[in-house]
Design a protein around this ligand. Structure first.
Ligand SMILES: [Zn+2]
Length: 95
């Protein structure tokens, strides 16, 4: 399964990456005196884009794992993960 959140993160990451490379390319056309700080700025944006893509890829990986089974609360009917000891809505102990 592909999670929408993960794909969105990857797309945003790619856009940020392209933006970073644009700043990088623009900085190269500047006089050397000013280029240095913009090269660092562009590099940071590229790094941020890579981080977003990695996070997006990890989100996709997580969603591949088995979903947590749900149990219905005997008191209020709320669906809770079987791993939770108490009902998330009324707080009664799960059967
Ligand atoms: Zn309940």
């Amino acid at each position: 399964m592909v999670s929408a959140g993960g794909v969105a993160l990857i797309i945003v990451g790619l856009l940020v990456l392209i933006f970073g490379f644009m700043i990088f390319g623009w900085a190269l056309s500047l006089p050397t005196l000013f280029a240095g700080q913009y090269l660092i700025f562009g590099g940071l944006i590229v790094a941020a884009g890579i981080v977003l893509i990695v996070l997006g890829a990890r989100t996709r990986g997580k969603n591949k794992e088995k979903p947590v089974p749900l149990s219905t609360c005997n008191n209020c009917g709320t669906r809770n993960p079987v791993t939770s000891e108490f009902c998330g809505k009324c707080g009664i102990k799960n059967a």
